[in-house]
Structures are given as C-alpha cells and as structure tokens.
Design a binder for this molecule. Structure first.
Ligand code: UD1
Ligand code: MG
Length: 509
C-alpha cells in the first residue's frame, strides 16, 4: 500500500499581469464562472492538500477578499515585491514551516488545467520518489515560455527561460507549463541556493531543477496529454482565446451527457452551471453562475440565465433572468425579464415584455403581455391582463400585492400595493385598484366616457382623420361598427377591447 502523502499546494498569484492593462489583478479576471485563480484552485482541490497557500502581491487586498469568498481555507501569503517565482515559493514555504511531503506549485494563470492532470503529475512524482517533477507540453508556439532542456538520455537537464536561452534551446517546443510537484525538503534546500544571475535579475523557481540535477537528485518530466490545458493567460486576447476553448470543452461535456446544444459556438455555459438530459439549448444562450436547466427544458435562442433554476420541460425564449425560478412546464418570453426571487410555479406563463421581481406566479397563472409584477403573490390560474402594473413602490417603501386564485385582472390595470384581489375576483380593464377586492367581486374604477360628436371635423379640419370620419359618416358606416359602451368589454385584452362580444374574454389569447 502506498503511504499517504502530506501535501501542500502553493499558487503563485502575486504578479501584476501588466499586459492585461487592468485595474483588476490578472488572477481575478473571470472566465466562464470562475476567476483564473478560482479555476486553478478547483483543479488543485482533489489533491486534498493539508494546506493551500496563495502568494499575493499586486492587488493583494482584492485577491485576499476573493479568497475569503471562494476558498476560505486557503492562506494568503504576501510577497511584497515580486522578485521572481523562486522568491515567491520561498516566501510561501517560510509561512508554512511545518509543510513536508509534496509541495505542488501552480502558476495562478493556467485556468484550463484539469484536476486529472494535476493528479497525474503528483501521482507520477510521488510514485517515482522524485525530488521535483515538472508538467511539460509540446506546443505549436513556445514563444515567451521556459523550455525543457533534455540531455542525451532524454532526461531533464534544466529549464531555460526564453530570454536566457541559446538559439538551439529556443527552437525547442517542449515547454514548462508552470505546474510542478516537489519534495518539500529538497525544494527548501534548493530555494536557498537560487541566484539572480539571469536576464531579469529574478529568483527563478525553474532553476531549482538545474540545481537538483547537478546534485544528482532524481527529477522528472510529466508531459500533459493535451497542451491546451497548460495555456497561460497574459493579455485579454489570450483570455478570449481561453474562453472559447473552455466553452467548447464545457459544451462538449454537456452534449455527451445528453443535452442538445444547437449552436455550440454561441452557447456559453459557466463551469458552475448544470444542464439536465434532453434539455435543448438554442443559439446565443448564456447559462451563468449556479443556473440549472431541467430535463427537456428548451432555453434560447437569445437567453441569458444567471443563478436561475429552470424546471423540467419549461421553455425560456429571448429573455434575461437573474436569481429566478422557472417551474416545471412554465413558459417565459419572448422578451421577459425575471429578477431576483421571481418564482414562477408549474405551468405558469410570463410572456412578452413582462418584468417580474420578488414575486410568486402561481401554478398555471398567466402574465402574458407588457406588465410589471413586483412584490406580488399571484394565485393559481389567475390571469393578469396586458399592461397590468403592480404598483409596489411609494417612493420610500415597497409593498406587496396579493392576487387570489383564478382572479382575473383586466388590461391596463394598476394594482396599488398594499392591496389584495380575492380569489375568483375580477378587476375591470383600466382600473386603478387601491382597495381590496373581495373574492368573487368586480373591482372597477372608471370615469364615465364622453363621445363629443363632430369634434374632429371642428378641431382637426383638413386632416386625414377628418376626411375619413366624413366618409364614414356619409356611408352610414357608423351604424354597423361596434362601439364599446359602458358596462361592456371591461375585461378583455388589448386585442378584444372594443368588441362587446369579447367582454370577459381571457386576457391571454
Ligand atoms: C513562468 C516560468 C516559465 C514557464 C511559464 C509558464 C519561471 C521563471 N518561468 O514564466 O518557465 O514556461 O511560467 O506560464 O518561473 N509570480 C509571483 N511572484 C513573482 C513572480 C511571479 O507570484 O515574483 C506569479 C505570477 O503572478 C504568475 C506566476 O507566478 O501567476 C508566473 O509568473 P510569470 O511572470 O507569468 O512567469 P512567466 O514569465 O510566464
Ligand atoms: Mg506567465
């Protein structure tokens, strides 16, 4: 049985990342759901290290604050001056004098690194009993990277930085990925011997390898199967390239579990989101944060979901949702905006140009068109007519509105909170409701209509309206044209108001 190994993970994150040209430290730039640093820590997590040290420097306060959020067990160690990667590891180890066994060092800017690859590196290192093992990769373009220099027998001799390399060494395409496993004792010893005799005048961690080789210590090279994992990030162009690569990796993984992604190039799924089997993700869709899309749901085209749960068989079309819940079989959009704590129950509907915030829309309830629903509870099967506004804010406080089960709210209604419309109650179109409507009652606030005959002919003479009116009156058409009269068509939707026969029609057709 192999001995359990003590392990320490050291993440190097003190560099500025000059070429990012950013107020944000490089390692805090986001990439599909995690920061660069978050991705690296996630890749290291399965090592179950006894301790994780993150070397911070540039933007130390921001990086510390981020660590408190995402990895409270990781210990930040300050490297006040960035005197090189060797210096950074030396400072890290000084902060953990008890660290023994294996020390895994990872550059903070390699976000595509997989946990399996780190684990394989560490297993190879521990299996060989090596003093140090470096993760290497054959890359198409090694520009700017440290080269793996091997001797006649193919064994590693040293790692040379590009700026210190001979032309022959520069021609090598096997590079140092910036991920290493070391034996703690031998690492400490070698770090004490580093010089700054190089082009940058820095203490290079990579020089540890040459020192160990000279001392006759066994060092190893573990070659990554896929060089893409070792890609670093130095500027925003590279960051965008990494984002595309990660997008493809994530999309491919979901497709292999039975998710349909209709246009993988325009589908961006955070590594933290989840999609269940037989869901269909249509083009131009982003699933961000803790979003979950249920089985057989259809999401997209043109949808952004942030921290939103979509139930099985629900549909979300051309919409934006943040912190919302869409129940099983519910329908959202096109053009809906769901804000935090919008909770849509099973088979409910939130339609076109509807915004919902901090509200429950009950099972089978419908808010089909042009409405704002804020701080409301809408009962099962209630029907909210077009252009209903839940007036929740008095300028100082927010208030709740309750609409009972199977209540029917006519179009263009304001429900002025706090207010309650009882179960099965109706509200007439165009009403401003500020008092509770009892169950089964009709609530109506309506000024009587006046039609001032001949007004257009007198006040708008010479217009197209006047001419049309004149023709209509001459043809006697007015007699055949239905006109809304008081007491009729109070509740129909936008399409049906004006036709008496449609009074009481559903507002959702
Ligand atoms: C380093 C390696 C190079 C390798 C490359 C892979 C050295 C000397 N060279 O070069 O062989 O091919 O990574 O990407 O190690 N950092 C600190 N403190 C410092 C200096 C750096 O924390 O004083 C951190 C940086 O924030 C970064 C990481 O160490 O996360 C690597 O530093 P960077 O300057 O990017 O090294 P490279 O020149 O890329
Ligand atoms: Mg770098």
């Amino acid at each position: 049985m192999p001995q359990p190994h003590l392990r320490t993970v050291v993440v190097l994150a003190a560099g500025e990342g000059k070429r990012m040209k950013s107020a944000l430290p490089k390692v805090l730039h986001p990439l599909l759901g995690r920061t660069l640093l978050g991705h690296v820590l996630t890749a290291a997590a399965p090592l179950a290290a006894d301790r994780t040290v993150v070397v911070v420097g540039h933007g130390a306060e921001q990086v510390r604050a981020h660590l408190t959020e995402i990895a409270p067990d990781a210990a930040p160690v300050l490297q006040a001056q960035q005197l090189g990667t060797g210096h950074a590891v030396r400072i890290a180890l000084e902060a953990v004098p008890e660290a023994a066994g294996t020390v895994v060092v990872i550059n903070g800017d390699v976000p595509l690194l997989r946990a399996e690859t780190v684990a394989a590196l560490v297993a190879a290192h521990e299996g060989e009993g090596a003093a140090a093992t470096v993760l290497a990769a054959e890359v198409p373009d090694p520009t700017g990277l440290g080269r793996i220099v091997r001797g006649a027998a193919g064994r590693l001799e040293q790692i040379v930085e590009e700026r210190d390399a001979t032309p022959a060494q520069r021609a090598l395409r096997e590079i140092n990925a910036g991920i290493y496993a070391f034996d703690a004792v031998r690492l400490r010893d070698a770090l004490g011997k580093l010089s700054t005799d190089n082009d940058q005048g820095e203490e290079y961690l990579t020089d540890v390898f040459g020192l160990l080789v000279s001392a006759g210590e066994p060092v190893g090279v573990h070659v990554a199967a896929d060089h893409v994992e070792t890609l670093g990030c130095n500027d925003r162009v590279e960051l965008a390239g990494l984002r595309r690569l990660l997008r493809d990796r994530v999309n491919e993984a979901w497709m292999r579990t039975g998710v349909s992604i209709l246009d993988p190039e325009t589908t961006w799924i955070d590594v933290t989101a989840t999609v269940e089997r037989d869901a269909v993700i249509d083009q131009n869709t982003q699933l961000r944060g803790t979003t979950v899309v249920g089985a057989q749901a259809v999401v997209g085209p043109d949808v952004t979901l942030i921290d939103t749960v979509v139930g099985p068989a629900a549909t979300v079309l051309r919409s934006h949702a943040v912190g919302a819940e869409v129940g099983p079989g519910a329908s959202v959009g096109p053009y809906a905006y769901l804000r935090p704590a919008a909770r849509l129950a099973e088979k409910s509907k939130v339609g076109t140009f509807v915004e919902v915030k901090n509200s429950e829309v009950g099972p089978g309830a419908k808010v089909p068109h042009l409405s704002y629903v804020g701080d409301a509870t809408i009962g099962a099967k209630a029907n909210i007519g077009a252009a209903t506004i839940f007036v929740n804010y008095d300028g100082v406080n927010k208030h709740r509105t309750v609409v009972g089960e199977a209540a029917f709210i006519g179009c263009d209604t304001s429900l002025i909170a706090p207010v309650e419309v009882g179960a099965g109650a109706y509200v007439a179109a165009g009403s401003a409701i500020s008092q509770d409507v009892p169950p089964g009652a009709l609530g109506v606030t309506r000024a009587p209509q006046r039609s001032i005959e001949g007004w257009v002919a007198r006040k708008r003479a010479g217009t197209a309206s006047a001419a049309a009116a004149e023709r209509a009156l001459a043809e006697g058409a007015s007699a055949d044209t239905p006109v809304a009269r008081e007491g009729e068509a109070m509740h129909g939707d936008a399409e049906t108001v004006g036709r008496p026969s449609a009074a009481g029609d559903t507002a959702t057709e």
